[in-house]
Design a protein around this ligand. Structure first.
Ligand code: PLP
Length: 420
């Protein structure tokens, strides 16, 4: 099919009529399909079911003799620290194993910074003017946290090598109100891009006017590869230490999309100084995390090799879904000059760009046809996509047939709306 721009008025009208026919057919099918959130599908959850039973009345003590049923150990049982230190490429004294949600840990650190300041400058954020760098398109919940705390957000483009580092260097060098930045460094939400070593090193070393600038490095998709050659990501904590900025970064991750979302284990890696700063807050906040769930994960996965083996099974379930979306988009849209999309080698999302000023109308039309998509704009701060073109596709939750149908509907909507 030719580029839409080269079509005559008559060709366009003919095409529009045939798309209208397909739209009417979809309407008649009364579809109810949902591609909104990046949740694992039930078959992904099923393969973890042994997690539900591997701790019982005979298995609740850790190897080190800790009774996980009782209070205590603020920063996680030793065995979980060992497992997840390996997972995060950090030392055991640079890791805190927390509760069931890394997002919760991120929010909590913002709250701590707001009320008590950082480990480097105890001036609370609430008394300072503050801005945050937000790679776009990005993860909506990160932006919600900034909005919640009244932090002005600055859009920086996410490129296939990571966030636009030249722009970031320029911004943070000159503006002392920029107190930090978000980044999903690996198989990013929603583009699937992974930061290059050069970008990691420049983020670690760049001069910042704000003396306690913090990078919130959300490695949520650390082991979520879809092929046999996982993306390599340079360790930002190591790079920061090498560059003389050891306290610059908090690295987050969780097993939400490894085991059970909401029933997994979250963790963070940071300098010893930042861990100590955080533990002081934890002491005031809780008497201890859910150690039983930590033990469950330790028994079930055993070690990093166990996690990777499990993720290979996950990839076998998910990869065909990503392939199906890509193939349908290619079949319906390639060569027409009306959309482009990423082809991630991992993670949970595909990022699609329509022509400018079309995304909202595409999502609305798909909704009318019974296909729910993440609202257009959600991948940008303040829910405002300046070009109104980005749509996040989440292929994991629907079954393969539903996913194929939903993608087909989406592709028809894109074509229909692109014709004006
Ligand atoms: C980039 C990113 N970070 C964090 C989360 C949430 O993680 P958790 O379940 O550990 O709070 C998600 C979930 O979609 C995500 O995409």
């Amino acid at each position: 099919m030719a580029d839409f721009q080269s079509l005559s008025h008559q060709d366009k009208q003919q095409l529009k009529d045939s798309l209208q026919k397909r739209i009417n057919e979809y309407k008649a099918q009364v579809l109810q399909l949902d591609m909104t959130r990046g949740k694992p599908g039930p078959e992904q959850l099923d393969i973890c079911n042994d997690l539900l039973t591997c701790v019982d009345e005979n298995h609740f003590m850790t190897g080190g003799g800790v009774d996980t049923r009782n209070y205590g150990i603020l920063d996680g049982i030793t065995e979980a620290k060992e497992l997840f230190a390996d997972f995060m490429g950090a030392a055991k004294n640079e890791i805190i194993v927390g509760g069931n949600s890394s997002l919760n840990m991120m929010y909590d650190i913002f709250a701590q910074l707001m009320t008590h300041g950082s480990s480097t400058d105890s001036t609370p954020w609430f008394s300072r003017k503050k801005k945050f760098i937000c790679p776009v398109p990005g993860y909506d919940r990160h932006f919600t946290i900034c909005q919640r705390f009244g932090i002005e957000m600055i859009n920086v483009d996410m490129t296939e090598f990571g966030p636009d580092i030249t722009m970031i260097e320029e911004l943070v060098k000159n503006d002392g109100d920029i107190v930090g930045m978000w980044c999903v460094p690996r198989y990013s939400n929603p583009t699937g891009y992974t930061c290059s070593s050069e970008i990691v090193e420049r983020l670690a070393a760049m001069p910042t006017k704000c003396k306690d600038f913090r990078i919130f490095w959300d490695d949520a998709y650390a082991v979520h590869f879809l092929n046999d050659a996982p993306d390599k990501l340079l360790n930002l904590l190591d790079a920061c230490k090498k560059a003389g900025n050891p306290d610059r970064v908090f690295i987050f991750s969780s097993t939400s999309k490894v085991s059970f979302p909401g029933g997994g284990v979250a963790m963070l890696a940071a300098s010893e100084k930042n861990c100590a700063w955080l533990k002081e807050r934890l002491f005031a906040q809780t008497i201890g995390p859910d150690k039983i769930n930590m033990l469950r994960h330790v028994i079930y996965f055993k070690d990093l090799a166990g996690i990777l083996k499990h993720m290979k099974k996950q990839a076998n379930i998910i990869a065909p879904k990503f392939t199906a979306v890509h193939d349908i988009l290619t079949g319906e849209l390639a060569g027409k000059g009306i959309a482009s999309w990423t082809k991630p080698a991992g993670g949970y999302f595909i990022s699609l760009n329509t022509l400018d000023n079309c995304a909202k109308r595409v999502v609305a039309l798909a909704g009318e046809l019974g296909v729910k998509l993440t609202p257009a704009g959600a991948t940008f701060p303040y829910k405002k996509d300046p070009l109104d073109r980005n749509i996040r596709i989440a292929p994991t939750f629907p079954g393969l047939d539903d996913l194929k149908k939903a993608t087909e509907v989406l592709a028809v909507c894109i074509q229909y709306i692109s014709l004006g």
